[in-house]
Ligand binder design. Structure first.
Ligand code: TRP
Length: 342
């Protein structure tokens, strides 16, 4: 690691290669990453968590397809490549070595008790693989291997991050101070709801690659507006002038994630009083989304013809930075844990 990077705070986050990135990824992750990458106090480490993807693997060719697209999405989001490493997790196999070392510090109860483990085991009861169980240890290795200070993740990853912090503290206590305790920065993160109705308890699910409720960054403007038009709204608002209930409407939830506070207020009042019809409300949402991602879309299209080259160069540069950091960490950690290089 060069001197300059050593003086910066490391910001790290990863995205699994399970599908095409969507508006939620853009607002919640990519645009934040880009912003942080331009802050000279930080150095960004943004990777594609392809090892993690294997825990729920459906088809091998999907990782090969999605990973380069995600890398190009990172680049198109305006991440400053001179102050960031973008890499594929599996190109740094030291991650798995550190995973083993950290797994020996992780109480198994912390793993079986994870909400995400229980949920994923329920989703794939025919194969609750060991990878699902140690998923958070692999994530701790991602984070601690580069001594990350900040890990911007959504609420759903909070528990995993806490586990990483616990393992870091345990290591420091048992073997001597080394790891910084990673912090989530969740205050700055937003969760973007999907194009789907709330559950019976009124909760909206987040926009998720596997939930089929997404506006993909690769959607054309026509595909985008068609999805918005097809999205259900308040079932009790049948005619344009019926008063609506914004709190049960996914379109209103999305407005809240993307529209200015002033407009949100106005939309809410107009919906409640029956002055605003769903069609118009949807058209306004569609415009806001298009404006927000216009630059991204243009850049993404411009990069597409050079995809192989850009992805190859970006990942090679990122791998070299990340692997260097992991090697440094592993030297210290192996030594502190009593392993000798024979
Ligand atoms: N588990 C994260 C997710 O599914 C992805 C991830 C893997 C990650 N390793 C990480 C995020 C390390 C932050 C830090 O969203």
């Amino acid at each position: 690691m060069n001197q300059e990077v050593a003086e910066k705070q490391i910001v790290l986050s990863g995205i699994r290669a399970t599908g095409q990135l969507h508006l939620g990824n853009y607002l919640g992750a990519l645009s934040r990453f880009a912003e942080m990458s331009r802050n000279p106090a930080y150095f960004g480490m943004f990777f594609v968590a392809d090892y993690h993807t294997l825990t729920t693997l459906q088809e091998a060719r999907l990782i090969k397809y999605h990973l380069p697209n995600i890398v190009l999405d990172y680049v198109a989001a305006g991440i400053d490549l001179s102050n960031t490493a973008i890499y594929a997790q599996s190109s740094v196999p030291q991650v798995t070595e550190l995973t083993w070392l950290l797994s020996c510090l992780t109480p198994v109860g912390e793993l079986t008790g994870q909400a995400s483990f229980k949920q994923k085991s329920k989703q794939q009861p025919d194969l609750i693989n060991a990878g699902l169980l140690i998923y958070p240890v692999l994530m701790a290795a991602d984070i601690l291997g580069v001594c990350a200070n900040f890990v911007p993740v959504g609420k759903d990853q909070q528990a995993h991050l806490e586990l990483a912090a616990l393992v870091a503290r345990k290591f420091n206590h048992q073997f001597g101070e080394y790891f910084p305790i990673p912090d989530a920065l969740t205050g700055e993160m937003i969760t973007v709801p999907g194009l789907s109705v709330p559950d019976t308890e009124g909760r909206f699910s987040k926009m998720g690659k596997s939930d089929k409720n997404t506006i993909n960054l690769s959607d054309t403007p026509d595909e985008q507006s068609a999805k918005i038009r097809a999205c259900p709204t308040d079932p009790q608002k049948v005619r344009k002038n019926d008063p609506g209930r914004p709190e049960v409407c996914p379109i209103f939830q999305l407005h809240k994630a993307i529209t200015s506070a002033e407009d949100i207020q106005e939309i809410q009042t107009a919906c409640l009083s029956g002055q605003l019809g769903c069609l118009e409300c949807k058209a306004r949402l569609n415009d806001h989304i298009s404006t927000t991602i216009a630059n991204f879309r243009a850049r993404r299209q411009g990069l597409e013809p050079y995809k192989a080259q850009i992805v190859g160069d970006t990942l090679a540069a990122g791998k070299s930075v990340a692997a260097g950091m992991f090697r440094t960490t592993l030297e210290v950690v192996r030594d502190k844990m009593g392993l000798v290089r024979y």
